[in-house]
Design a binder for this molecule. Structure first.
Ligand code: HEM
Length: 395
């Protein structure tokens, strides 16, 4: 099978693109729920139950993709990150982070996040018409993850620029990788001399089987947390506006019933997850460790399997009336944070940031409109679905 041409055309208006993506996923679930893509030479999995199975059965579907195939975009590292590990190493590395990302620790960050949100919104509201990405959705998650890692939040533009370059073409990515690595190395040295109350100090002092993390493992953690901690959340903060613009009545309901914000956040995650759809997902897929049958197709050991989370989120076997954007949907077991042992460790943080942002928006803004004379632009990233520019008018 070959993918439809529109998939790689990131210049398509994002709302039109997303509609085409949903329609394509719907037809694939019906006709080819598991199919081999000749171009990426990997299997694509579209149905909810199969997506869950691939993530649950980690003994068969390994996350050690960087070790099995040299396909990971961006600069290569000698040590795989937590997201590319299988047990038992995965369990050991993840356990180093569980306290810092527990629901309780994250809930304690609410006042600090509220403060950042208020400051950013003050500036946004002073202007009425803004690029929502540049003035809010980009800075908020970068500032929050910088605070957690003990990096100066006022340097957010620099960090964001490095971050974006890392996922772009090779030359820029290499340069950003070098600068970011040097920055993290300096930060690690400073904390070795003088530990602080931040995740970096905690990781430096952590031990696995009686040994400290290696230099590469520490740097890898910094990269993973920094990147995972901002781009996805930025995209969901932008995608939320696309959802509200298409369904203005939902924003009005949130203004009157702020208690609906948490379930609205889940519905935004289901409807417009920050992942494109799987066909280009060479970062978060799995590698079959043995011959296995799924969805009636025979997958050989060593073959690559891509999980289509957007498609799973619209599977009509699981979600009644999936095209309906329903901020009270319950249950809403979307796949946007993954499933199983790699379930997103930052989910409580992403949820909290989005919840605080939407609650404050609903308190302070009467209506949101996407500017008609300056159409939204997608990020030029084959993995992520999000906005590069999103001009909005707020009243
Ligand atoms: C809306 C925002 C977010 C979305 C949609 C998201 C999505 C995901 C998904 C789907 C996975 C599973 C990947 C896999 O199965 O291979 C994952 C893992 C992960 N996420 Fe997130 N994420 C978000 C925010 C965050 C934040 C804020 C952080 C941290 C600061 C974070 C850190 C991580 C880490 C460290 C992992 C790897 C966990 C493991 O391998 O055990 N994420 N995320």
């Amino acid at each position: 099978m070959r993918l439809p041409a529109f998939i790689d055309d990131l210049s398509i208006e994002p709302r039109v693109y997303h509609e085409q993506l949903r329609e394509w996923c719907r037809s694939m679930r019906a006709s080819h729920p598991v199919v081999f893509d000749d171009e990426s030479k990997s299997w694509l999995v579209f149905r909810y139950e199969d997506v869950v199975r691939v993530q649950s059965d980690y003994a068969t579907f390994s996350s050690e993709r960087s070790l099995n195939r040299d396909r990971r975009p961006g600069p290569r590292r000698d040590q795989p990150s937590i997201i590319e590990l299988d047990p038992p190493r995965h369990r050991q590395m993840r356990s180093l982070l569980t306290a810092s990302f527990s629901a309780r620790t994250i809930a304690e960050m609410a006042p600090q996040i509220e403060h950042i949100v208020d400051e950013l919104l003050d500036e946004v509201l002073a202007r009425k018409r803004v690029d929502w990405m540049d003035s809010f959705a980009n800075p908020l998650p970068v500032m929050v993850i910088s605070d957690m890692l003990g990096m100066p939040r006022e340097k957010w533009r620099q960090f964001k620029a490095w971050n974006d370059a890392l996922t772009s073409d090779d030359e820029e990515a290499e340069q950003a990788n070098k600068l970011f690595t040097e920055y993290f190395e300096r930060s690690i040295e400073e904390r070795r001399r003088e530990p602080r109350q931040d995740i970096l100090s905690l990781l430096i002092n952590s031990e696995v089987d009686g040994e400290h993390l290696s230099h590469d493992e520490l740097i890898g953690f910094c990269f993973t947390l920094f990147i995972a901690g901002n781009i996805t959340t930025t995209n969901i903060l932008g995608n939320a506006f696309l959802c509200f613009d298409a369904h203005p009545e939902t924003f009005q309901r949130l203004r009157g019933q702020p208690e609906l914000v948490p379930s609205a956040v889940e519905e935004i995650l289901r409807y417009m997850p920050p992942f494109r759809a799987g066909p280009n997902d060479l970062v978060l897929g799995r590698v079959a460790k043995r011959d296995v049958e799924i969805g009636g197709e025979q997958i050989q050991a060593g073959e690559y399997v891509q999980i289509n989370r957007l498609s799973a989120n619209f599977d009509e076997q699981i979600f009644p009336n999936p095209e309906h954007f329903d901020i009270e949907r319950n249950p809403n077991r979307h796949q946007s944070f993954g499933h199983g042992i790699h379930f997103c460790i930052g989910a409580p943080l992403a949820r909290l940031e989005t919840k605080i942002a939407l609650t404050k928006l609903a308190q302070r803004i009467k209506a949101i409109h996407i500017a008609e004379d300056e159409l939204p632009e997608q990020v030029r990233n084959s993995l992520l679905f999000g906005m590069k520019r999103l001009f909005v008018e707020l009243s």
